[in-house]
Design a protein around this ligand. Structure first.
Ligand code: DX5
Ligand code: ZN
Length: 224
C-alpha cells in the first residue's frame, strides 16, 4: 500500500502525558505512532527504554513504529519486540552487521526497517532490501526534533525507490517534514512521513483538533 501514511513522532509530545497524547493523535488521523529510541551514544540524546515502550503499547491502536537510534542494537531487539513494537528499525551505521541485525528483528516476528543517516548513500542498503519491510531515509542528523530538512534526502529517496523496484517495501522520511518538504519526498517515492514538531505545534491534549489540522495539512501537501 503506497498511500501516504503520517507517523507523528511522540518525541514532540508532552512527556508527562503519553497515553493521552497517543490517543489524541490517533483520534486526529495519525496512521502510525513513531517512537524515537535514543541512547546517548549513537546519538547525543536519551529517550525511551523497553519499559517505556511497553507502557505506550496499550494506548496504540494503530501501528507502533520503533526507531532505534542505539548502538549496539542486537542485545536490545528482543526487549523492544516484547515491549510490543510492530516494527523495529535499526540504523545501518550502528554496527558492522546490519544483515544479522535485520535477521534478528525478523526472527522476533515483527516488521523490520533499515535507516540511513544523511551522510550514508542509498547504495548502502542494496544487499539488505530482501530482508526489510521499510527503508528509513533520515533528512536530519538524528538526535533531536525540530531540525532543518536536509535536501539531499530527496534524491536519495528517488534512488532507493528505484532500487526497491516492484518489492513491497515502504520508504519512510524522518526529520524536518513540513507542508513544504512533504510534497518533495512523496514525489520521490516516500509513503510514510514521520513528523514531530509539524504535528504537535500549536496543539495539546486539550486542543487536539490542532493535531488533526496539522496532520491533514501534511497529508494534503504530500498528495499534491
Ligand atoms: C530525529 C528523530 C525524529 C524527530 C523528527 O532524531 O528520529 O523522529 O523527532 O522531528 P521533526 O519532525 O520535528 O524534525
Ligand atoms: Zn525517528
Amino acid at each position: 500500500d503506497r498511500s501516504i501514511k503520517i507517523a507523528p513522532s511522540i518525541l514532540s509530545a508532552d512527556f508527562a502525558n503519553f497515553g493521552a497524547e497517543i490517543r489524541a493523535i490517533e483520534d486526529q488521523g495519525a496512521d502510525w505512532v513513531h517512537v524515537d529510541v535514543m541512547d546517548g551514544h549513537f546519538v547525543p540524546n536519551l529517550t525511551f527504554g523497553p519499559p517505556a515502550v511497553k507502557a505506550f503499547r496499550p494506548h496504540v491502536k494503530t501501528f507502533m513504529d520503533v526507531h532505534l537510534m542505539i548502538a549496539p542494537v542486537d542485545p536490545y531487539i528482543e526487549a523492544y519486540a516484547e515491549a510490543g513494537a510492530d516494527m523495529i528499525t535499526a540504523h545501518i551505521e550502528a554496527g558492522p552487521h546490519i544483515h544479522r541485525t535485520l535477521q534478528a528483528i525478523k526472527a522476533q516476528g515483527v516488521k523490520a526497517g533499515v535507516a540511513l543517516n544523511p551522510g550514508t548513500p542509498a547504495e548502502a542498503v542494496a544487499d539488505v532490501l530482501d530482508l526489510v519491510d521499510m527503508v528509513l531515509v533520515m533528512t536530519v542528523n538524528p538526535g533531536f526534533g525540530g531540525q532543518k530538512f536536509i535536501h539531499s534526502g530527496v534524491d536519495k529517496t528517488r534512488k532507493v525507490r528505484e532500487m526497491i523496484g516492484d518489492r513491497d517495501i515502504h520508504i519512510q522520511i524522518d526529520g524536518g517534514v513540513t507542508t513544504e518538504t512533504a510534497p518533495l519526498v512523496a514525489a520521490a517515492g516516500a509513503d510514510v512521513l514521520v513528523a514531530g514538531s509539524a504535528v504537535f505545534k500549536g496543539g495539546s491534549v486539550d486542543k487536539p483538533d490542532v493535531y488533526g489540522q496539522n496532520i491533514k495539512d501534511i497529508r494534503t501537501a504530500a498528495q499534491s
